[in-house]
Design a protein around this ligand. Structure first.
Ligand code: PMP
Length: 344
């Protein structure tokens, strides 16, 4: 398609090339320079646009996706929205198996983007036929011409970031980046970006972010699957209770775990200090930067890039809801934001 300077051919042309923004306040008590790669600037408001576009276009190149094909995924969040977005433009059907834990707002967003949504009970085991894993598998088997994205076990997930996010960060920092801080869920973002950056400069340190209640940090350190590490937590999209094959643990130097409460407060702080209205995991990444800083990872020459995965609008009923924060027991003397509305 022809490129016109002022006009995008369609919304997919706007995926990627997100800005790198200097943090001017929130990291001031740390040594070094900190830059946010703000993925909320993607048209679907998260970095998952990149993997949806890459995996779907790869399916087209390989001839797996054809006219009228159906794309299936287990997701309630960013990946579902991004797959639905790409499907609209490319003319595919989109079926998403989501957990009943997903908020009504999230399900409505997926429906608004034309996806067929299957709400599956949250508290059944992964091998129960009603679980969202099994429902997605069944839909895939029963639907002719269908493709199951399976982001946790799909190498193309990391390849999307190797091809786009990694090179963008290298260019935006003129190759001067010294540290990358990124969350790990499927591991696609951190693995793809880290591989690209380390190929350019092996001295770059890759600092992962995990959640208390997740297995990833312990597995990285010991190679063992320690079930005792796993318990419920609130941050969505970060950490895991299984080992995704999309994660390349060899390119990650170290993991730091953050708590639900610290991450929630940091996201709110990021909004009111830097004007960056981001999601829950972005708060986790800022918190991890503080913890890495306190442990002496940075000096005044450090150039640290933090990948902030998504926009804050998806979290209005969670970290940006004062009622939710109170229900979690998260409001304390650290924040007074709940005092800023007056009803007349
Ligand atoms: N943050 C958010 C909000 C996410 O949705 C995800 C994806 N699960 C991540 C971070 C982690 O990214 P990745 O899956 O690429 O490791």
């Amino acid at each position: 398609m022809t490129k016109n300077k002022g006009i995008s051919n369609n919304i997919l042309d706007l995926i990627g090339n997100t800005p790198l923004i200097r943090l001017n306040k929130i990291t001031n008590n740390l040594s070094g320079n900190f830059y946010a790669k703000y993925e909320g600037f993607n048209p679907g408001h998260s970095m998952k646009d990149r993997i949806a576009l890459h995996i779907i276009e790869e399916g087209e190149r390989q001839g797996i996706l054809k006219k009228g094909s159906t794309i299936i995924e287990t997701t309630s969040g960013n990946t579902g929205f991004s797959i639905a977005l790409v499907s609209i433009i490319k003319g595919y059907k989109c079926m998403l198996a989501v957990s009943s834990k997903a908020s009504e707002g999230k399900i409505n967003m997926l429906k608004a983007m034309g996806a067929k949504v299957y709400v599956c009970p949250a508290h059944v085991s992964a091998d129960d036929p009603r679980s969202y894993y099994q429902v997605a598998k069944r839909l895939h088997e029963e639907t002719a011409n269908s493709v199951y994205i399976n982001q946790y076990f799909n190498q193309l997930n990391a390849d999307a970031h190797y091809n786009s996010t990694g090179p963008e960060i290298w260019e935006q920092t003129n190759g001067e980046i010294t540290h990358l801080i990124a969350a790990s869920g499927t591991g696609g973002t951190i693995s793809g970006v880290a591989k690209y950056l380390k190929e350019q400069n092996p001295a770059i340190k890759v600092l992962g972010v995990d959640a208390y209640g997740s297995i990833l940090k312990k597995f990285h350190e010991t190679g063992e699957f320690d079930k005792d590490e796993i318990y419920p937590y609130r941050i969505e999209g970060l950490g895991k209770n299984l080992i995704p094959t999309a994660t390349n643990f060899d390119v990650i130097d170290v993991f730091e775990k953050v708590s639900d409460e610290d991450a929630a407060h940091r996201a709110r702080e990021l909004a009111i200090t830097e004007g960056l209205f981001t999601g829950y995991t972005s708060g986790a990444i800022i918190q991890a930067a503080m913890q890495y800083g306190e442990k002496g990872y940075f000096d005044e020459n450090s150039k640290v890039v933090l990948i902030l995965p998504d926009h804050g609008s998806r979290y209005m009923e969670k970290i940006y809801s004062d009622d939710w924060m109170k229900e979690q027991g998260f409001f304390d003397s650290k924040t007074h934001a709940h005092q800023q509305v007056e009803f007349i």
